[in-house]
Design a protein around this ligand. Sequence first.
Ligand code: ADP
Ligand code: MG
Length: 235
Amino acid sequence: HETVYAIASGKGGVGKTTTTVNLGTALAQAGERVAIVDTDLGMANLAGFVSLTPDSMTLHDVLSGAASIDDAIYSVTENIVAVPSGTSLDEYADTSPEGLREVVSELRDRFDYVFLDVGAGVNHETVLPLGLADSVILVSTPEPAAVHDSKKTLELTERAGGTVAGLVVTRTLPDSDISHEEIATRLETDLLGTIPEDAAARESVYAGTPLIVYEPNGPAATAYRQLAADLAGID
Ligand code: ADP
Ligand code: MG
């Protein structure tokens, strides 16, 4: 299997952070050593998904040269660590994304899986991780606007020298007018999985607990475990 995955989308709010946290947690539960990294430098929020309050350094401090990567690695639960980002605009202003190369290379040597939670949109810090990852997982809801923006992320990945593994369609509804296979086909990529709309996803964020721990037998949690098993080639 690949080690470093970037979880990316064009549009924001489609479920990238949810996907990062739950794929990571599912693989950690399966005994893999996992790092989840908040590379959404402008709108960092991964830490809250796992009730982590960084007491000292964050990825921003590493990227500004004020800290080493070890200072920004926080244990979450067994087998899983998080590298949070700072949440203030001042911290963001001091950051240069170039240092991500070194960070990714360090983490690659230490973990079985590294998931980079990439920011939405098109700028240097979103494009860089697409090229640093072994594989990019595109995340989109079935909405046409989100699908359209995923196409751009796919093209950006190719320009950055990266490889797209395929598409995860999130927040799917039973009575969808377009098939999820068809969405992937339009993007000329593979459909890796679908995650149904599930109120527990939102509730789990408020609880600061990964969905697959918060409600392990719900529809979205079940779908995330399946996706993780497919990625890791386990069942
Ligand atoms: P992104 O990182 O792409 O901005 P998030 O993972 O933060 O997206 O998700 C955006 C919002 O959608 C959050 O409130 C989250 O709880 C909710 N959400 C994500 N996946 C689902 C789902 N399968 N069902 C219902 N709500 C979801
Ligand atoms: Mg996010």
